[in-house]
Design a protein around this ligand. Structure first.
Ligand code: TIU
Length: 245
């Protein structure tokens, strides 16, 4: 399937009109994704111990955290490719201030978790900045120069200043990875879409505690003519961007 009337070949950001780049067509669903080399940030959502390891926030909600582990190697492969090119990278962590002043009671009190946000668990206080549980897992540790965004919400733009940081770097396109697909990844991708970024989610570099929710999220993102964005597997993306560019 191809999009009606999409301009091909060159991209001019409204924010950086004097710096056109040649686009790479990445095979994707529902049609090729217009990848902008150097202007496309890799976004790694919440690959922190609290979601991926036992004893954290994800487990406190009753989830099997091992379901997320298949996304780790594909994300590591993408991270290596971005680092080799010097392209922009963003890591996020869902986290709150120690005094919980940025955690609405509606978020902390909802449901019946075994532990609530801010309570002490096996990796320190749940979702509190600086505690062991909020650190990114060792396989994906951020490097110097990469953005690390602490976000109090599910979405990565709420109360973070990230849009301004991306603008300052000339970023116009975002490639999404991380956990969980239908919660923090999808929320962040929708926020990004509304802010004018062209967004791709990498289907094997994101995971959910609920496989059926992951499948539904990917389907609704690309429906209605890529209403939120595109999806493709990491191997396809890596092969497409490996060409000199
Ligand atoms: N990072 C993220 O997705 N936060 C969540 O709370 N996800 C759940 O699936 N619970």
């Amino acid at each position: 399937m191809s999009p009606p009337g999409r301009p091909k070949g060159e991209y001019r950001s409204a924010q950086h009109e004097d710096t056109p780049v040649s686009l790479i067509d990445v095979p994707a669903t529902p049609w090729p994704y217009p990848f902008a080399p150097g202007k496309t940030a890799l976004v790694i959502i919440d690959m922190q111990r609290d979601f991926v390891e036992p004893g954290g926030f994800g487990a406190s909600l009753g989830n099997d955290v091992t379901l997320l582990h298949t996304a780790i190697q594909p994300i590591a492969n993408l991270l290596a490719a971005w680092r080799a090119r010097g392209w922009p990278i963003v890591h996020t962590r869902e986290s709150h201030r120690a005094d919980l002043s940025d955690c609405p009671p509606a978020k902390r009190l909802r449901g019946e978790p075994t532990l609530r946000i801010g309570e002490p668990g096996a990796m320190g206080r749940l979702l509190i900045r600086g505690e062991p549980g909020t650190s990114i897992i060792p396989a994906l540790t951020p490097a110097v120069g990469e953005l690390v965004i602490d976000k109090p919400g599910k979405g990565m733009f709420w109360a973070t200043g990230l849009h301004e940081m991306l603008h300052a770097q000339g970023v116009t396109h975002l490639v999404f990875t991380g956990v969980t697909t239908e919660v923090c990844v999808q929320t962040s991708m929708r926020e990004a879409n509304d802010r004018g970024y062209d967004c791709l989610i990498v289907s094997d570099a994101t995971e959910s505690y609920f496989p059926e929710f992951k499948a539904a999220a990917l389907a609704m993102i690309v429906a209605q003519g890529a209403i939120v964005g595109w999806h493709t597997p990491s191997a396809v993306l890596l092969e497409a961007v490996a060409a000199p560019g």
